[in-house]
Design a binder for this molecule. Sequence first.
Ligand code: SAM
Length: 333
Amino acid sequence: MDLHPVPADMAQLVREGLARSPKQLPAWLLYDDAGSELFERICEQPEYSLTRTETELLTRLGPELAAALGPGALVEFGAGNGRKVSPLLAAGRQSACVALDISADHLRRACEGLRERHPGLPILGICCDYSTLDALPDHPLLRQPRIGFFPGGSLGNFAPTEAIRLLRRFGALLGGNSRLLIGIDQPKAVDRLEAAYNDAAGWSAAFALNLLKRLNRELEGTFDPEGFRYEARWEQEASRIAMALVSERSQSVRVAGERFHFDAGEPLITEYSVKYSPEHFHALARAAGWHPLNRWSDPSGDLSLHLLWRLERANSLEQANSLEQANSLERAN
Ligand SMILES: C[S@@+](CC[C@H](N)C(=O)[O-])C[C@H]1O[C@@H](n2cnc3c(N)ncnc32)[C@H](O)[C@@H]1O
């Protein structure tokens, strides 16, 4: 199913994002086909350990995690190349796989790979933005009981209040009594974090700069990619990496039918990556109506796989308390 936002909607988002202060665009715009391929290269870099660590955990614990998730159609949010879900599907507990992602061609290839690795298992790819999950067309695989999988620390791309909204949306799609396995990257040494998001080989920079090429191609932009440099900085108070393209000079750019001015040194935020301790993440999950059931971590405590259970009728007192904790994190942001 291809439900990718149409150019007019993208243009509107870009105009809104460039009118903000600081300028910031939705992170999903990074993922056109070239962006998805560049992200694959980032995952192979020695500085970016997240993919290796999470894959190792999933491979080692696949049968245990698949059993803990229980039966149903496994819905993966932001499936990327579709490889991380395979150790779960290989355990044979789930009846189908629904892979959701914004990057259409990359998703098509991911689904081909899934069909090859899991012959006979029904596979459905849905290209869409998470914000449209409540308007998915009817499909037999979405009528089965559903469980969710959201790896890669991708929740960190959303500010805490947006993350709560997103987890609620996932809950609405998955239905009452469902379970969600989610990979959360944790705070660690600043030099490691900054290096992970600004690898020496330059793939992180190429990934961010590809956004400008996309805007030029799809929204008649006039960005000069050489007029921007890439930066990734840890922001302690907000517990996040901020990734930005910084204007090298005072310049003005036309895109999506409007002109925008950049001062010399002005950042355009391409994405954030919030890192959550297990306690902070639990508060966020509870505020979204999810109850933490279990957690698995790598020996160094770099990241956790959290198993959440969606309460049929969320306990309002528990939600209120955890919302207060989530709000205090949001205030820090
Ligand atoms: C950080 S990558 C993670 C990919 C893969 N899950 C992994 O763990 O390696 C984020 C993935 O989510 C997709 N994505 C990002 N924002 C999205 C959105 N708003 N709606 C749907 N997919 C999105 C991207 O295309 C990309 O494949």
